[in-house]
Design a protein. Structure first.
Length: 255
């Protein structure tokens, strides 16, 4: 048992298998909100582009756009299924190693992250678990309550003479609203592609261009993003190019 080991021994902790259901349910709720937003965006976009032709033409005139929409939704559903599988693999492979003066997080497909005892500046605790932070931005390790031996790990870390700050995560906490960011991006995309006025295109396009470029840079350098997601983030170059071209054209042909 962990509590029978010497205080200076190295201990390895893993996540409880039964805790994955709650984590996957949260993942599904967040993706469902995004999925609903994409559906609304596609419907509005298709109506904007082909509304007049649907009313004046035959019912078969909108079949190509309908098939394209169904293809996008099918691709998203397949991506959701693969995402759940990858999350399951990450959950099963998660390891937290605590030594006398170091902390290591290992997950298959993710960069190994190590924090030395002298680097730790603060340890925060909330309903989502512990967060071990350092002076380096992004160089932190989160410890979920689903960890087998969570209290033992917390006790060992508290012996590092670092105070554990208790944080309350109410509805106003920023982490509660992170899932709304994709919906906000969809709203900006909708305004950008449906707008006809140059000032609206520029007002929505510049934040989109800057936000997507910044997000891509963060993903590429983050230690908390898998190698698969880093490769997938390269696809952001396509919408970035499309946004940049439309911005330039709207400025040249200002109206």
């Amino acid at each position: 048992m962990p509590n029978q080991l010497a205080a200076n021994s190295v201990r390895t902790y893993r996540l409880a298998p039964e805790g994955f259901r709650a984590a996957s349910n949260k993942f599904l709720r967040q993706r469902s909100a995004l999925f609903a937003g994409v559906v609304v965006f596609l419907v509005v976009l298709q109506y904007k582009e082909f509304g007049e032709s649907w009313r004046s033409g035959s019912s078969t005139s909108f079949l190509p756009s309908l098939l394209a929409t169904l293809f996008v939704l099918g691709a998203m559903a397949m991506g959701l299924r693969k995402g759940l599988t990858r999350n399951q693999q990450s959950w099963s492979s998660y390891e937290l190693v605590i030594g006398e003066d170091f902390l290591i997080r290992r997950i298959t497909g993710f960069p190994e992250l190590e924090i030395q005892r002298h680097e730790v500046t603060v340890i925060k605790e909330s309903s989502t678990g512990l967060l071990v932070e350092t002076k380096r931005k992004g160089h932190a390790i989160g410890i979920a309550p689903a960890l087998v031996g969570y209290e033992d790990a917390k006790e060992r870390l508290s012996s590092w003479a670092v105070s554990i700050q208790e944080l309350r995560t109410g509805w106003m906490a920023p982490v509660r609203w992170l899932w709304t960011l994709p919906l906000l991006v969809l709203l900006f995309f909708g305004g950008f592609y449906l707008a006809t006025k140059s000032w609206v295109i520029v007002t929505t396009g510049v934040p989109l261009l800057a936000g997507l470029a910044w997000s891509m840079w963060l993903i590429r350098k983050s230690l908390h993003v898998s190698a698969h997601m880093k490769r997938l983030s390269l696809m952001t170059l396509l919408p970035l190019l499309a946004i940049a071209v439309k911005l330039v054209l709207s400025i040249i042909h200002w109206r």
